[in-house]
Design a protein around this ligand. Structure first.
Ligand code: TXA
Ligand code: MG
Length: 386
């Protein structure tokens, strides 16, 4: 019998370091930097999510990332630098707008897609002539990369198609025995991945909304555009995504996820009704709702304030994994407004739901009791955002 792909992966001895800001951190960082330089795999914290890093200039080391994650080889990696001064190591040319964005937002949760130098291995860029680059703003990430002395290719540390990893407990579960070093340093502060912008075109394009809001980017690059998928009231996106990662299924918990969008009181009512219906069918379920929601009881998980999207971003992947770990078959999730980090949160949720988005709309009542309305019979929609 042929062994499964996963079973064929060599089990490794994983050195685990819990970093606390003390003196021992330096020893752990020096060790991890050496491992990176020699071609090993190191999981490390960034301000967005944990990354699974390898020497970006070593074809063999980068291949290892793809193997361990089970990542499709057509999905390129982000190259992490410890300083903007190292850009010439990987980028062939840096347009003026990229320089302005870097000056304003690096180190930070922003990734720039730039023309690649020809000596960046094709496996890192998935054969493209561009390279995605980011200078993270997490002291451990920066020290690690500086210590390694090489650019570090690092996708989010999760196994392919699973929710990103933002907490030590799930990192240990998912990656022990698969990588050489795990650097654990608490929960990721931002909690969603970086915003990816293609700066080779005019106007520049947001390829993936993320931890830096589009509102903030617009202050520096007013002409920046979002693909139609992310725009309000868009129905369909006829353009093929230019970020290869968007082709693949993402952030998928094991449970079937349905996302509810619309006025909050109607959304909560629709979720409550659906809960009753599923319970009658003996289907186990979790409800993921905002702090403002009146829904409570068994299986209700609160994920932050719908009016302060950064609180939702920082908890999102953890709550998705917590709810999934409770073993439910279905997850009903409250959508939040697409302002600030709410755009990144909703992008991840639409993907986790694999397009199962229910638009709950008020229906005018003839009795003249105002426009409050009732929750409409939920319908599956095309996945466009509210
Ligand atoms: O916050 C983050 O960005 C985290 C941390 C570890 O830095 N990394 C991360 O990497 O999220 P990953 O591999 O999960 O997502 C990288 C995204 C994918 O959607 C990929 O397709 C896109 O960036 N990307 C990478 N290189 C690209 C390129 N040359 N052109 C267009 N998109 C690119
Ligand atoms: Mg990822």
């Amino acid at each position: 019998m042929r062994k499964s792909k996963e079973a064929r992966l060599r089990r490794r001895r994983t050195r685990i370091f819990r970093l606390s800001g003390g003196k021992d951190d330096q020893r752990a960082l020096a060790y991890a930097s050496t491992v990176l330089r020699k071609g090993g795999l190191v999981v490390f914290p960034t301000e967005t999510v944990y990354g699974l890093g390898a020497n970006a200039l070593s074809e063999r080391a980068v291949r290892d990332i793809f193997r361990v994650k089970g990542r499709p080889s057509d999905n390129p990696l982000i190259v992490h630098l410890s300083s903007v001064d190292d850009l010439p190591l990987v980028a062939q040319q840096v347009p003026a707008l990229a320089k302005r964005l870097a000056a304003n937002f690096w180190p930070g949760p922003l990734t720039l897609v730039l023309p690649a130098r020809s000596d960046v291995p094709k496996v890192t860029t998935a054969g493209m002539d561009s390279v995605a680059v980011r200078v993270p703003n997490h002291p451990i990430a920066r020290q690690l990369i500086a210590g390694a002395g090489v650019p570090v290719a690092a996708p989010s540390a999760n196994l392919s198609s699973r929710p990103s990893l933002t907490s030590p407990a799930y990192l240990l579960q998912e990656l022990s025995g698969k990588v050489d070093v795990l650097l654990l340093a608490g929960n990721s502060p931002i909690g969603v991945e970086s915003t990816v912008i293609d700066v080779r075109t005019s106007p520049p394009v947001v390829l993936r909304p993320g931890g830096l809001s589009v509102e903030r980017i617009r202050k520096v690059a007013p002409s920046i555009v979002l693909p139609t998928f992310f725009r309000e009231n868009s129905a369909t996106d006829t353009n093929p995504p230019r970020s290869p990662g968007l082709r693949h299924r993402h952030y998928a918990p094991k449970a079937r996820v349905t996302l509810y969008v619309g006025p909050p009181s109607l959304v909560w009512e629709a979720m409550r009704l659906r809960r009753s219906a599923l319970r009658q069918l003996h289907i186990s379920l979790a409800l993921l709702v905002s702090w403002e929601s009146p829904l409570k009881g068994e299986g209700v998980w609160k994920f932050g304030s719908r009016y302060t999207p950064s609180t939702v971003a920082s908890r999102l992947f953890r709550v998705l994994r917590d709810a999934d770990a409770s073993g439910v078959q279905e997850m009903l999730v409250e959508g939040i407004p697409i302002r600030g980090l709410g755009l990144a949160v909703m992008d991840r949720l639409v993907r986790a739901a694999d397009g199962r988005v229910i638009h709950v709309r008020g229906r005018k009542r003839r009795t003249g009791r105002g426009d409050q309305g009732l929750a409409q019979e939920p319908k599956f929609s095309d996945g466009s955002l509210p």
